[in-house]
Write a protein that binds this ligand. Sequence first.
Ligand SMILES: [Zn+2]
Length: 193
Amino acid sequence: MFFTVLQTIYKDSIWLSDNYPFEEFYPLLRSYLSDELAVHSKYMSPYRFSYKYRKPVEQVIKFFLALTGDEGIFSLRFKFICENEGCINIFQEKDISDNMLYCKDCGEVYDFEKVNADNEISLLFVLNEDLKVELSKNIFFKKRSSYKTESFSNGDCSREELMLNEVTELLQKEPINDSLDKRLKRLAFKSNE
Ligand SMILES: [Zn+2]
């Protein structure tokens, strides 16, 4: 299924095939995701992929974005740290209503556009559930700590988050994924509608 899902995404995008040849990136992605699952990573990091396969970070970020969507490889989560100590919110797009964000821990209400303007919203990649189940088969699970010593010790490799604003800018400069592009724009500029 992983193969077919990726193939279907590639069929719809000449840009992907031109910049990320399937024969090269299919095995890289497959092995990257298996490694992350083996250490129980919750979020997939373009930074770690970049480090592992010596690919420029921006190129990998664009690749991950192109593979994001309901029928894609990844789904997005958003992260927001509330002003009250210790409240970390991970939410989905549907959790933002009328441009408002509610802290799930303390109930504090925030204006989404304002916190986004302050660069307080970051974005995380989650592997879609069906693929996670498929790729988890035949994996030899390891302790997260062993992976950490291998690659997390290299600066950016512990990084999993991207700023929502940076991503929106990136997509504005170069459209990568039509539906994601529209959704993020709508999200980032909600009150302008
Ligand atoms: Zn809170």
